[in-house]
Design a protein around this ligand. Sequence first.
Ligand code: AVJ
Length: 326
Amino acid sequence: PTNTATQSSVSSASITDDQFYKDVINGLTSSPKQLESKYFYDANGDKLFQDLMNCAEYYPTNCEMEIFTSRTAELAKAITGNGDAFDLIELGAGDATKSSHLLSYLIENKTDFTYLPIDISGNVINYLNITLPVTLPGIKITGLQGEYFDMLKKAASISKNRKVVMFLGSNIGNMPVTDAEEFCRELRNNLSEGDMVLVGADLKKNPKTVLAAYNDEGGITKQFNINLLTRINRELGADFNTFQFDHYAMYDPETGACKSYLISLAEQRVNVGEEAVDFQKDEYIYMEISQKYTANQVSEMAERSGFKPVSQVFDNKNWFVDAIWM
Ligand code: AVJ
């Protein structure tokens, strides 16, 4: 199929230097083809993820929300030290709906802390910087837009306070197990003695429950994946025909890996910037992993990456855990 590309509206000189462009070309010229799920979150992707969180099948947000609303005191007790000021850093803060329950509890209890949300999305950081001082009067907030470790280093250069790093929503699941472990080790290396982390992980459960969350009846997960193709079209002057791709999700209860793919419905050529990418019919693009763990595997990961597991807080169904490590 031929599409009418609109590359004239894009200055390719700047685009080819762009990290997004490099990552997309790299992924689409690899075998098998892949794209990075961290790029799902443009303004449209943020909105689609909001829709996902509101859809019946997508349970992780509700589970962690239950932990943050009904076990707030426990979480606060675990992370509050001797009363000295500390920095509460959140990696991938999103709209901070979960953490705001903890923030509100800490403020009410006159805890001395500064909230430093870090997110790849500039929309998200602007939103938090503007709305949180209104919804949570008295909050000290410094939003940081960028990659996690760049911004973590920046946070450490701004303040020498003890750090508590939150990594919620099972965002850790968007890495394969060995990468997640490496990520935790790097996190540990960026922290000091006495610093803590609060990691949210989605737990292994009935495989049908997991699969349904990533294969919803309403097709929001499909749109969420397809939106990355639309983003590539718009931002990188590509000509994906989004109707020629379908979404496929699978969950392996043995490994705990839940993976999403986009399947090419036809033999087709897609132009991305200066590159032509050929697809076989039925060829897949590997889009995302959402890894599930047992509670023990979460503690093992802590230990293997140089942390000490301190405590674990579960929702009522034991579908999700917020683990505290030192
Ligand atoms: C935001 C990474 C936690 O993997 O469950 C939701 C993203 N992908 N549905 C997840 C997502 C498909 C989500 N995280």
